[in-house]
Design a protein around this ligand. Sequence first.
Ligand SMILES: Cc1ncc(COP(=O)(O)O)c(C=O)c1O
Length: 403
Amino acid sequence: MTTEPNSYRTGPDEKGLFGIYGGRFVAETLMPLILQLEQAYKAAKADRSFQDELDYLLEHYVGRPSPLYFAKRLTEHLGGAKVYFKRDELNHTGAHKINNVLGQILLARRMGKKRIIAETGAGQHGVATATACALFGLKCVVYMGEVDIERQKPNVFRMKLLGAEVVPAKSGSRTLKDALNEALRDWVANVEDTFYCIGTVAGPHPYPEMVRDFQCVIGNETRHQMMRQEGRLPDSLVAAIGGGSNAMGLFHPFLDDKDVEIYGVEAAGHGLKKKHAASITGGKPGVLHGNRTYLLMDEDGQITEGHSISAGLDYPGIGPEHAWLHDMKRVNYVSATDKEALAAFQLCCKLEGIIPALEPSHALAHVMKLAPQKPKDHLMVMNLCGRGDKDIFTVADILGVKL
Ligand SMILES: Cc1ncc(COP(=O)(O)O)c(C=O)c1O
């Protein structure tokens, strides 16, 4: 389907499809669980007390609404659009991941599940899951690639402090995709008591829809805050994409506002002709982790390793709704290299006094390209979806500084 729909916000269909993407490609053992989850989510969505409990936690535990901040010095430096940061890095645990995790953990409790499993790349989703499990006294097991365990040590320690067991994924590239494989394997083996808390808008239906819904708080707040501060909607939105949850959360509430330009920024790593993690820009459609979407693969259809300076962006796939929005040409998918992200990271520190995570530094790198081309009354919002505390070791290493 490539004709323009009445609304870009109605998906997925009852089979969990966004156009030809998404779906539910899972082992037979998992099917009853997935269907049970879908029913439980539908019931929770219709229950006001579920949303009330989530809203309470988002306000009083997470610290929402996160501010919408006018980045004045950066705006002056770039000399074009008025750049705003949606400050999701100010959330408890330091990233947007907690928005989704709290929703899923409340759902797990409704379903009577006592054991939670999760996969994590940069560790932010793992930390968020470990946090929510500590809050509710649930057992927590987090799968994490061996390589990521090494480069995101502070988050590994955090998870352990919070009482989670961190299990290294030792196969393949030993990063996020392998952690996801291990988590799915665990889920198949422990179907009775275990809830799988997925960290991005990927996986089998209903995960892409459910995670999107929980992350839409980002875009809903942005809409309201921009109306209050500027009296109108933003002209453009920019967000970084690993699996695509922070981006979808910002974009979704604006998808039907045709005048709002939308940019999703993938990780171009060493460059699109070399090693990268730009699944849409440099991949093609295939099936992985329970859904059909754009994936990085070789000529034989084998999934290839993604590379990014940022552990949160090196997933070799992207959420299926993004794949559809790309085909529909509603969202522009672009990319930024490791080098560009690092330069953006440094600029943000110096000009705004904010140390961003390396993930949103990719979004900022695109803002640096785009903002100077826009007039001064153009309102641009970038999702600053994580803080850089976890990345200072990686950055110091690259800059040749010994900590
Ligand atoms: C701070 C931060 N931003 C972005 C991402 C990428 O995930 P997503 O594309 O689902 O927002 C991660 C993943 O770990 C992250 O930690």
